[in-house]
Design a protein around this ligand. Structure first.
Ligand code: NAD
Ligand code: MG
Length: 391
């Protein structure tokens, strides 16, 4: 019996995690806590169905609705940031970190502090504070398991291998919604057009980040932090079919590829059952029917986010926290149609430039308060830059 909690249970990753729990043999999992936003009908339905101890909405003003929806279910209801932290701290063997954005950092750290295995979908925590996450895990004897499909693929490719023999890591990218658009058209792209992914069915924010390649930029930094590899050894390869999720290259020239359908339940299920492999309800690929897989180098002019990720890794310190926060605000600005699609990278670059020129801002100490402080400052700066540029 594995005791599990899901932070961000109402989102795309959270719902896929619950789907696997519903399909698991009875008694395999016991659910401790589920958290979500204001989608309290979904949160309450799942919490009742799995018999969770507690359901938490991140928003205080949704508590009454959550209480009403849970009436008679025996599930405790709570709301707000404190309750979210308390849910993450409840003893559990395995905690899914599937809140979107930097908001996932503090609850994830609390789960690690209680020694849980943290299944990490929330890549933003690694980008903002990778050294803090890994150090917290080490100090508390906790484990971080990647859930991002590329990082799960890399993790699986490293099982039983000598890390010193790893020569390179290749992360694939679909190229997103606009990979075949002429460059001139990109400035006119709308949020609705950016929110459709050619292969994967994911939350709105990560789907738009896929179109801009900011998602891949975050993933390159995430790989650097999770696996401790030199940034120069991490490559990005455009692979429109999204069947090869990542490759690990070794000193003898061998490349180990992870091949699978585009279904997040593989990576989630691998982490859920780790260190065992159990049957999962994902499609079995028919490679003959697929016929061919194609690859190409990413176009630097089309995807400035990849260059920015390299600059962030070279700068180090808290630049990842600034980068992620600026990216989140730029995305909000694009969704609100205050800036265009191509301006997202311009805003992020400008925020990085401004914060880098402030003495002691980026090379400060690495603790949670400082990370959150840089995060808040980068958000303010990004909104200022957006106001200056808004159309
Ligand atoms: P989503 O938007 O579908 O769901 C986000 C969840 O977080 C929801 O439960 C929402 O209520 C909750 N939430 C949002 N803001 C919050 C806040 N401020 N405080 C507390 N809770 C909050 O997102 P998603 O697509 O499931 O992605 C979740 C995470 O997993 C992201 O970090 C994303 O980058 C990562 N990820 C997602 C996929 C995918 O297939 N969707 C793949 C790889 C990685
Ligand atoms: Mg991914």
């Amino acid at each position: 019996m594995r005791r599990v909690s899901i932070l961000g249970a109402t989102g795309s990753i959270g719902q896929n995690t619950l789907d696997l729990i519903y399909r698991a043999p009875p008694g395999a999992f016991e659910v401790v806590a589920l958290t979500g936003g204001c989608n309290v009908a979904q949160l309450a339905a799942d919490a009742g169905r799995v018999g969770a101890e507690i359901a938490v909405t991140a928003h205080d003003d949704c508590l009454d609705d959550l209480r009403a929806a849970l009436a008679g279910s025996g599930v405790e209801a709570a709301a707000g940031q404190g309750a979210l932290i308390e849910a993450a701290e409840r003893p559990a063997d395995w905690v899914m970190s599937a809140i979107v954005g930097a908001a996932g950092l503090a609850p994830g750290l609390r789960a690690l502090e209680q020694g849980a295995t943290l299944a990490l979908a929330n890549k933003e925590s690694m980008v903002c504070a990778g050294p803090l996450v890994m150090e917290t895990a080490r100090r508390h004897g906790a484990t971080v398991l990647p859930v991002d499909s590329e990082h799960s693929a890399i993790f699986q490719g490293l099982v039983g291998e000598d890390r010193a023999a790893v020569e390179r890591i290749v992360i694939t990218a679909s190229g997103g919604a606009f990979r075949d658009w002429p460059l001139e058209r990109l400035s006119q792209a709308t949020p609705a057009e950016a929110a459709t992914h050619p292969n994967w069915d994911m939350g709105q924010r990560i789907t738009i980040d896929s179109a801009s390649m900011f998602n891949k930029a975050l993933e390159v930094i995430e790989a650097r932090e999770l696996f401790g590899v030199d940034p120069a050894r991490i490559e990005v390869l455009v692979h429109p079919e999204s069947i090869v999720h990542a490759l690990v290259g070794f000193a003898d020239g061998a490349l180990m590829a992870h091949v699978g359908p585009h279904d997040m339940r593989h990576a989630i299920g691998y982490a859920l059952n780790w260190p065992e492999r159990r049957a999962l309800p994902v499609e079995r690929l028919d490679l003959a029917a697929l016929g061919q897989l194609t690859f190409r180098a990413p176009d630097a002019a089309r995807y400035p986010a990849l260059r920015l990720a390299r600059e962030v890794m070279a700068q180090g310190g808290l630049s990842g926290a600034a980068f992620n926060a600026a990216k989140e605000v730029a995305l909000d600005g694009f969704i609100a149609e205050r800036i265009g699609f191509l301006q997202m990278a311009e805003v992020v670059e400008e925020v990085l430039t401004r914060l880098s020129s402030e003495p002691g801002r980026i090379d400060a100490r690495f603790d949670l308060d400082t990370v959150l402080h840089v995060d808040a400052h980068a958000r303010d700066t990004a909104w200022r830059v957006i106001s200056e540029r808004a159309v």
